[in-house]
Ligand binder design. Structure first.
Ligand code: FES
Ligand code: FES
Length: 152
């Protein structure tokens, strides 16, 4: 069984017929060809698949496409190229292997959209659903401080 779905991804309309439980993650990487969003655990535990759904951070591996109908999705590709988080992550060593990085940047963007100058406690809380096995998190936290104008 498929159902018709229409939604917006990074400002562009997407429509099609999908199995209702097909994961948003698979539609983004498959039908939409947007491969920045990564699959880590596939179980909602790692945050590597994080995107914004109507400005709320979600793990796209847990979102059935039926729930996206009529809504708006933003992936890493949809952020402005001059978003300060990109340069900050590169400058501070906030990315190494890169698997977690798209989800980290989306979580960081969601945080900065809500809070212009988050402190370390707020940053840790906001990124608590995003796992990184490489950086030890120091570079990631420094990137968010830098991007929010608080130095490293
Ligand atoms: S792949 Fe979605 S939370 Fe890990
Ligand atoms: S940079 Fe490798 S998991 Fe975070």
């Amino acid at each position: 069984m498929t159902i018709p779905c229409r939604f917006i991804v990074n400002g562009s309309a997407v429509s099609g017929s999908f199995p209702p439980m097909r994961r948003l993650l698979d539609v983004l990487r498959g039908e939409c060809g947007l491969t920045a969003t990564k699959e880590g655990c596939g179980e909602g535990e790692c945050g590597s698949c994080a995107v914004l759904l109507d400005d709320t951070l979600v793990n796209s591996c847990l979102v059935p496409i039926a729930d996206v109908n009529g809504r708006e999705v933003t992936t890493l590709e949809g952020l402005p190229k001059d978003d300060p988080l990109f340069a900050a992550f590169a400058a501070t060593g906030g990315t190494q292997c890169g698997i977690c990085t798209p989800g980290m940047i989306m979580a960081a963007r969601a945080l900065l959209n809500d809070c212009l100058r988050p402190d370390l406690s707020q940053t840790r809380e906001a990124l608590s659903g995003n796992l990184c096995r490489c950086t030890g998190y120091g570079g990631i936290y420094a990137a968010i401080r830098t991007a929010s104008g608080q130095g490293e």
